[in-house]
Design a protein around this ligand. Sequence first.
Ligand code: ADP
Length: 162
Amino acid sequence: MKKAIYPGSFDPPTLGHMDIISRSAKMVDRLIVAVACNPSKRSLLSLDERVELLTDLTKQFSNIEVTSFTGLLVDFATEKRADIIIRGFRAISDFEYELQLAQVNTMLKADIETIFLVSDKDYLFLSSSIVKEVASFGGDVSKMVPKLAEQALIKKMGGKRG
Ligand code: ADP
């Protein structure tokens, strides 16, 4: 049984994330979408909001579980008996960080494999940060995030739009 983890901040989940999720769900028996709890990184949506959103967004997949995790990803992978980490790969700017992360994770746990899925061409330059920036100025993010995430952003930013 192939069990994989797709970790990330998902603040908010974008169409780029959703594309990676649906493609990887077809490749493995079970996919755990794992929202990282990183107290040193300020997030717009709370951990619970992100988990709830992703749970709603993936409810049509029977082999996906959404959860949050703290601490080292490899420890979480061991706990969940997963041996594959899925990461999305966009432009060259992702290269150094993703390579570093994959190598460190293999150093910490030799039998874990990182698989990179190349971003769909429509989402190559799409990131959660750019979505937050556009949304903060009242811009239209409907082509960047799923409807539910757009609604969550609008609600969150309600009074704070520039
Ligand atoms: P992190 O803080 O771990 O980088 P993100 O939520 O930003 O979390 O991203 C999680 C994963 O999804 C990363 O591997 C990232 O490269 C990938 N990703 C983010 N946006 C896209 C996108 N538009 N297309 C493909 N992969 C993406």
